[in-house]
Design a protein around this ligand. Sequence first.
Ligand code: RRO
Length: 325
Amino acid sequence: MRLEQSLFGAAFQNPVVLAAGTCGFGREVAGVVDLESLGGIVTKSVTLEPREGNPPPRVTEFGPGMLNSIGLANPGAERAAREKLPWLARNLRRARVFVSVAGHAPGEYVRVVEALDSRDGFLGYELNLSCPNDARLEGLPFALDRDALAGLIRDVRARTDRPVLAKLAPNDPDPGATARAAEEAGADGLTLVNTLPGLVLEPGSGRPVLGAGSGGVSGPALRPLGVWAVERARRRCSLPIVGAGGVSTAEDAVQYLRAGASLVQVGTASFADPRAALGIVAGLEAWGRRRGIGSVAELVGAGPGRRDAPDAPRGPAAGVVTVGE
Ligand code: RRO
């Protein structure tokens, strides 16, 4: 199965991308994972000013997932431009880089983009509109306020010619409507989904396990929600979608592709095995080859497969696109 696709004006050698916040700015993980064998990476979110992040512990595990509250720890836009982008420019040729951008106000996103835009080392931006851990943010994240989201995307769109992805939230009752709003505002693609707000308490004391209190839920528990959000967004908008949430195997990635994602991000799985994403690339190729699927693009949005496919959960409905054989 051919894994390459052309998206956002660039060639992606395969659909597997490291998620924001799980690989720093690339260099931090380059000793343990061959980044040039991946479709790409998304950097840690960059804010205008440097941030120390939240008090420890910042991460804890629970049954089927993980809870984090890192608190946007990052060097700020100026140092990211000076100290992080040059390494990416020198070292990543085949893997595509998106810089994640975060802030408290639309103007902060715009200023981060203005600080980075003339530099080399990255393809485009992923606007983090859905961080669950920003104590300084009052009210809803931008991703859950469609008017604010649309205004912010329009402001950024006007400042850059690079591709702009909008990263949306999992606790959105109507991700299709939000996806549509992002498309109309000028986004080039969507990333679905960020982590889900959650709280883990120590039963004895009742105190939160994380230093910051609540955090963002990721890992396998998040996957059905992410796949559902991608499928809903696919129905309402025609932008390329990047699926994220609980991908740890090639089969997980296939679910996102079939639901309508063109790329998939791997996050939490990399903490258990830094090379998990490479295994998913190899597993995807083998999965498709065994089924006679010519290219990954054939899978995107293909929905349910044939009744006789080895692991098809149910048979095809009338009019449903099938792939393979
Ligand atoms: O830094 C974080 O605590 C964080 C961010 Br910005 C985000 O978007 N999602 C998340 O789970 N953690």
